[in-house]
Design a protein around this ligand. Structure first.
Ligand SMILES: [Zn+2]
Length: 317
């Protein structure tokens, strides 16, 4: 009887101790557990929030990218660089340099005012073509299509601005396959006619009115559902428009590299005269937009070092 009572007390004491230990443990660990759970859900929320923010950022970049540079590409990321107008000597000097040739860059030269070129300059163009560059067409007198068509109609624009210059280039052994609108000032009704003659027609991204801003579907692209869209918008790299912003241009190229797209860029004269930024004052005999050797070299090296491909404009089809 006594033994029974003793053992019951012992059991009760043991139970009481267990309860005390459990309560003490709960008192100590409960706040820690609550904190851990809170932290886990908070971190979950934060990382979810961050993922969402990242997604939004990427969507924004995509929209921006679609407007300012880039064509979808399943042939690998790359750069399609073109230079407009007539500064053949500057282009030739730059692209025949040893340090530039080593980069295996291939670009497009869009010729305007072909009647101004000397035989020697045509020979330089031939040499550039032999190096893998493309010779495209940029108009007979660099007339702005939108204005000219409004005043004189599409037929006259083709007769005055397309035919005579193409004839001169063809007489010198060139067969331009792509066209760049002077000033980027396009006329949608001319796009159609030009696209019958040229495989690619290039506009400029900064000049396109908002409602015409090229959505990605308007880009020349080689993905199956977008094949046949051959209007391409290029982003300008001229010094006067991009003073101090070469890093921005390079960021476009980097974005193209990351997204496996082709950055489409264009400029004009290439000079090593750092005192000369180019001018858009037509009374200045040196009238021409320009970019410096080192800036063009920076773009080419940037793309080359990332293993990006160089595309001529005709290769965007
Ligand atoms: Zn031009």
């Amino acid at each position: 009887m006594v033994k029974m009572t003793e053992s019951r007390w012992r059991t009760r004491a043991l139970l009481a101790m267990l309860v005390i230990v459990a309560v003490a443990a709960a008192a100590v660990y409960y706040p820690i557990a609550v904190r851990a759970i809170r932290r886990a859900t908070w971190e979950g929320r934060v990382s979810k929030g961050m993922a969402l923010a990242r997604q939004r950022e990427e969507a924004k970049e995509d929209a921006y990218d679609a407007r300012f540079s880039g064509v979808n590409s399943d042939r690998g990321p790359g750069v399609a660089l073109s230079f407009d107008d007539w500064e053949v000597d500057g282009w030739h000097r730059f692209f025949t340099r040893h340090d530039i040739r080593r980069l295996n860059a291939r670009v497009t030269f869009y010729i305007s005012h072909p009647y101004r070129l000397t035989e020697q300059q045509f020979a330089k163009l031939k040499e550039l073509e032999a190096l893998g560059h493309e010779i495209g067409y940029h108009g007979y007198k660099h007339r702005f299509a939108s204005r000219y068509v409004q005043n004189s109609g599409t037929e006259k624009y083709l007769a005055d601005e397309i035919e005579p210059g193409m004839r001169i280039l063809e007489e010198h052994g060139f067969e331009p396959r792509t066209f760049a609108y002077p000033g980027g000032l396009r006329a949608p009704e001319v796009d159609k006619v030009l696209l019958e003659r040229f495989s690619i027609v290039r506009g400029t991204s900064y000049i396109a009115p908002e409602e015409e801003a090229p959505a990605r579907k308007h880009y020349c692209t080689i993905s199956a559902d977008e094949r046949g869209k051959r209007m391409v918008w290029a982003y300008n790299i001229d010094v006067p428009l991009n003073a101090g912003a070469m890093s921005y241009v390079l960021s476009r190229v980097e974005l193209a590299s990351k997204r496996r797209r082709i950055a489409v860029l264009y400029g004009h004269n290439i000079t090593d005269d750092k005192g000369y930024w180019g001018t858009v004052d037509e009374s200045d005999p040196r009238y021409e937009c320009t970019q410096w050797h080192e800036d063009v070299k920076a773009i080419l090296e940037f793309a080359h070092d990332r293993g990006m491909r160089f595309y001529t404009m005709a290769e965007l089809e």
